[in-house]
Ligand binder design. Structure first.
Ligand SMILES: [Zn+2]
Length: 209
């Protein structure tokens, strides 16, 4: 009995390579390496999505933050193991180098920064302030992108790369529940929003060159 298609085998090979070398330790038997979040990722916990999140995403449909990727194309890597007993708590979206990265929701850029694990990163918050969205391993930012800038859903933010701990090009995307009372927002609890993606990544018309 056949148990794998050619596509599945190819996919397995891609993920095996990925697992051996870094972030997306998709195959359990291979040793996981640290996820590419901030240097203080150890403090990040996670909370389950709740009814309020469902209502929020009902009113604010979530877009896959990579051009051309449909919701069904985002694999489940949220609970994968990482070193030191940590879990990933994010989604890895594997696409070719230079693929355009876009805003998953309308919101405001909070911070552009570089760190050892995440490489070139962006923190943004949605318009309601409910979430923080973290984008990591970018090759580079979109021209002129700056902190405090307001962006619309689908606005170009940057390009997929492999900066930080990323052996193959991919976007590491993490949603966190924002707690206005804490200043270390980068340690806010992560929420698995993968099942809330309803829009295929598409660059907003005014951002097309
Ligand atoms: Zn990742």
């Amino acid at each position: 009995m056949r148990d794998s298609s050619g596509a599945a085998r190819r996919s397995a090979i891609v993920f095996a390579l990925f697992a051996v070398t870094g972030c997306a330790a998709t195959l359990r038997p291979l040793s996981p390496l640290p996820g590419p979040v901030t240097g203080s990722e150890g403090g990040t916990s996670s909370v389950a999505a709740d009814a309020s999140d469902m209502a929020y995403f009902d009113s604010n449909p979530l877009m896959v933050p990579v051009e051309g990727v449909a919701p069904g194309g985002v694999s489940d890597s949220f609970n994968e193991a990482r070193s030191d007993g940590r879990t990933h708590r994010a989604s890895d979206i594997l696409v070719p180098m230079g693929t355009r990265v876009i805003a998953a929701e309308a919101g405001t850029i909070m911070r552009l920064s570089h760190n050892a694990l995440g490489g070139t990163t962006i923190y943004m918050t949605d318009d309601s302030g409910r979430f923080i969205f973290y984008y990591a391993h970018l090759e580079k930012y979109a021209d002129g992108l700056a902190a405090q800038e307001h962006v619309q859903q689908g606005d170009l933010l940057g390009y997929v790369g492999m900066t930080g701990n990323a052996p193959v090009p991919h976007l590491h995307f993490q949603a966190m529940r924002r707690d206005m009372s804490r200043r270390d927002y980068w340690n806010s609890p992560a929420v698995d929003v993968r099942t809330f993606f309803t829009l295929t990544g598409r660059v907003r018309a005014s951002d097309e060159q």
